[in-house]
Design a protein around this ligand. Sequence first.
Ligand code: FEO
Length: 390
Amino acid sequence: MKAIEIKKDIYWTGVKDWTLTNFHGHLTPMHSTYNSYVILDEKITIVDGAKITLSDEMVERVKTVADFSKVSYLVVNHVEMDHSGNIPILMKLAPQIKIITDSAGKMALEEHYDTTGWEYVIVKAGDEVSIGKRTLVFVPTPMLHWPDSMVTYVKEDRLLLSNDAFGQHVCASSIFVKDVPIGVVLKEAKNYYANILTPFGMQAVKAVESLKDLEIDMIAPGHGCIWSGGEEVSLIIDTYRKWSSGEDKGYAVVVYDTMWGSTAKLADAVKSAFDDMGIPVVKCSLKDMHYSVVVTELMEAKYVAVGTPTLNNQLYPSIAQFLTYIKGLGFKNKVGFAFNSYGWKPGVANYIQEYFTQMGWQTKEPFAERFVPNSDILEQIKEHVKKQFS
Ligand code: FEO
């Protein structure tokens, strides 16, 4: 049990959640961490808490570098319970602590916990709090991804404590990006962005812009590994800029589920049509891939084909779940194509079209066929796709 020094007298005191496999609906195959930090200065400051189930570990880690009775401040960058769950415990251990947060953070704390007796320093954009040799600067990033979200900049150390922004659900032996294969960290940063931050692309753009005047040589997020050095910092900021722009990479994703194999045959034909047109394509069976993995594929796609069997005159449940999820995430600027295999009542492809329309996507003429598609039908859907997308 050891705190890890990330800058002179600034320590990681977070916890690693090796058992987390699903974070409010999206899969986390690399698990996660809840990162908190302790800054040793004239006024000892803790930044962010941890999930309640791992509170003891965080408390013990803090104790290796700081005496709780001497802690002056706790910065609450975000109240979601993965970062705030153990704050009541911290406040019992050290009731003299003043909580630094923005007004939305204070309100959210009061709506989660019994905050009787807690004292606050309420900050707004650009406010500075001196803790001795160091100055903390606060940058609210509202709706990235809660109203209370903010980031804390330690001016003298050029360190950004970014909470959810720039995080990844990665739990590794090291807490530094440089010690983990970069492809793994970027893939998980993308999973994280696609599943959590997609609805807030504009806020991400604003946040990136509001940070552009800060000199940053380390970003220490609330989840996963720490970006250290100019090269890593530029890499993740530039990558966020690209993701938040909503730019696509021009490829297609075919998403489907199947009851007796007919929709799978249609999906193969749709994929084959994209192949013939020279459009790179990814095929995703919801029987084999979790919807949260599919959305990471979908994030930079231009064309999205969704195929469903009809079940009781409705969408197949996995397809309905997927569509509800992507509608909530609000992916923009895509071209949607619906296809459907039905038994005796056509029309379910239109339900998919409705989702596309609600998301503001351009739509193509859907394709539906009855029972098992023979080779003629498969040729027809191929030609239909080619005609629609040419
Ligand atoms: Fe990591 Fe929005 O909590």
